[in-house]
Design a protein. Structure first.
Length: 101
């Protein structure tokens, strides 16, 4: 079955040049790929190695991607609307918190 795999990477940016690189971590970046879920169930180590090779090929002298983790996504994400979140955040901010003793 074709399944979405979300790949989390650490994104690096080169502030130097190719002769004297200065790589700085800039946060995470996601890659997505659809694959046969059986590949990950039975060949997970090989799949991770293939991902690492792909990320190396997508890297260059200016940006680099290092594998952090992956997750198989079998269903579409459920969106929470921004207004709904903001309302809950406001209720949390205005509700006294109990102190654990």
């Amino acid at each position: 079955m074709k399944t979405l795999v979300q790949i989390t990477t650490q994104f690096f940016e080169n502030y130097g040049n190719s002769d004297s690189p200065h790589w700085k971590a800039k946060g995470s970046l996601m890659f997505n790929v659809y694959v046969d879920s059986d590949d990950f169930m039975y060949l997970e180590e090989q799949c991770i190695e293939a991902i690492r090779l792909l990320l190396f090929e997508k890297s260059n002298n200016h940006e680099r991607f290092e594998y952090v983790s992956h997750e198989l996504v079998f269903q579409e994400p459920i969106m929470i609307h921004e207004k709904e979140f903001q309302m809950k955040l406001q209720s949390v901010l205005h509700t006294p918190q109990l102190v654990n003793e």
